[in-house]
Write a protein that binds this ligand. Structure first.
Ligand SMILES: [Fe+2]
Ligand SMILES: [Fe+2]
Ligand SMILES: [Fe+2]
Length: 423
């Protein structure tokens, strides 16, 4: 990463992405981690792969069912794989093509749901990996469903049709050689997998891609989470620029603190986010929990500065915020900037049951919050002063996100339609 200090490493970013997905579907993530580990075992058994290739394939394994979070939320992955494998594999491969550095490799996901016989007719250099992934995935799902007695030998009836002989031999050998089943039982495969994922140094550009992947992963429950995050980032950065007194390092901390501040939001049910009334105590407790989730996920993965900015976004200067009821003396300038950005984002959020607030309402809100000593006067003042210019930028960024979603959806419908016609 050259001269630039590392804010978060590639492996920590992967862990964060996995943590966000776990909030959506713990079982699906467990399956994906086991499949990734099986795939790595097969590749190590075969030999000849660099650390970089292994890390890329491991990530691909971890994310091989990522489309299911979007197109089959809450459904049982075994029935999805058996009855309608196409939808989630199409969505997943397109999603990773757009939002990760896996690029061409993301096609492996699409092809990993096809039989070996069909794959042989494909003009794609990595059909063997697709077949390894297919067998690893199938093995794991059946083993989970049928219990310990399920072994690779059961897959041999499909030798030459669904799986190549090489695939089955590698799977069998890898499981024995690395004691994979015992590792699954002891849950010790995860740490090893994280080591494989972390065995590479990502370029700055790749880190950007991973960050985008993380950002869009938070949209699986609700697209608005992504729009709200980019809105907050935009407002934070604009306020910082207009204030003009933050060091480059503080500005960078603010950027990442804002980018990560609501990743715990995935733990909050969309129905609660989308309602337009004062939350009950119980609902409020759920809301507070999203900050705790953010804290848990960021702890020891980002610098203390980024951490403290992210987790104090709901605190207020008069001590009325949450979860720690911090007050003026505890809150530094970057934290105060994010608090303004967060408060404004809340009003601008496009939730289905809630009207997006207009300029008069937003400025009245900020003015009142300043007067009541809740938001910082300087940060809020700069926001009010440059409202139009800031909002122009916010709108442009939101449009970009919306068009990303739209294009992905179009591609998905197009490719799915074509493939369905072919089959
Ligand atoms: Fe799948
Ligand atoms: Fe799978
Ligand atoms: Fe929040």
């Amino acid at each position: 990463m050259g001269e630039k200090r590392e804010i978060i490493s590639g492996s920590k970013l992967c862990e964060l992405i996995i943590d966000v997905l776990k909030l959506l579907d713990q079982r699906l993530v467990s399956h994906s981690l086991r499949v990734s580990y099986l795939l790595c075992g097969m590749l190590l058994t075969k030999g000849g792969y660099t650390n970089r290739q292994l890390a890329d394939y491991a990530l691909l394994g971890v994310l091989h069912d990522i489309g299911a979070f979007r197109v089959n939320p809450g459904e049982d992955i075994l029935s999805v794989e058996m009855e309608k494998p196409l939808e989630h594999s199409v969505y997943g491969s397109l999603f990773l093509r757009r939002f990760s550095s896996l690029e061409e490799r993301s096609k492996i996901i699409l092809y990993s749901h096809l039989d070996y016989q069909t794959l042989q007719r494909m003009d794609f250099p990595e059909v063997n990996i697709a077949n390894y992934l297919n067998a690893a995935g199938r093995f794991d799902l059946f083993r989970k469903a049928l219990g310990e007695k399920y072994g690779v030998s059961k897959l041999y009836v499909y030798e030459g049709s669904k799986y190549s002989s090489e695939t089955l031999a590698l799977l069998d050998e890898a499981i024995k050689k690395y004691g994979i089943i015992e590792k699954f039982e002891k849950d010790s495969h995860k740490a090893e997998l994280y080591r494989i994922l972390g065995n590479v140094t990502l370029t700055e550009e790749e880190v950007e891609k991973y960050l985008e992947l993380l950002l869009y992963t938070t949209g699986f429950r609700d697209d608005n989470n992504v729009i709200d995050t980019v809105t907050s980032v935009c407002i934070s950065m604009e306020i910082a620029e207009q204030l003009g007194c933050l060091s480059p390092e503080e500005t960078e901390n603010l950027y990442y603190g804002t980018l990560f501040h609501d990743i715990g939001m995935v733990s909050v049910p969309a129905s609660l986010l989308n309602q337009d009334r004062i939350p009950t105590n119980q609902e409020m407790a759920l809301m507070v929990r999203h900050v705790e989730e953010t804290e848990r996920m960021l702890k020891d993965r980002v610098s203390p500065e980024v951490f403290s900015i992210a987790v104090s976004h709901h605190e207020r200067l008069d001590g009325s915020g949450f979860p720690r009821r911090l007050s003026e003396k505890d809150l530094n300038l970057p934290q105060r900037i994010l608090q303004v950005a967060e408060g404004v984002t809340e009003l601008l959020s496009r939730r289905p049951n809630r009207r997006q607030r207009n300029k008069k309402e937003v400025t009245a809100f900020v003015t009142r919050e300043i007067a009541q000593g809740r938001l910082d006067e300087r940060c809020g003042g700069v926001f009010l002063e440059h409202y139009n210019a800031i909002m122009q930028k916010v709108n442009n960024r939101s449009e970009e996100v919306l068009s990303n979603f739209w294009m992905l959806q179009q591609q998905y419908k197009g490719l799915l339609g074509t493939l369905k016609k072919q089959s």
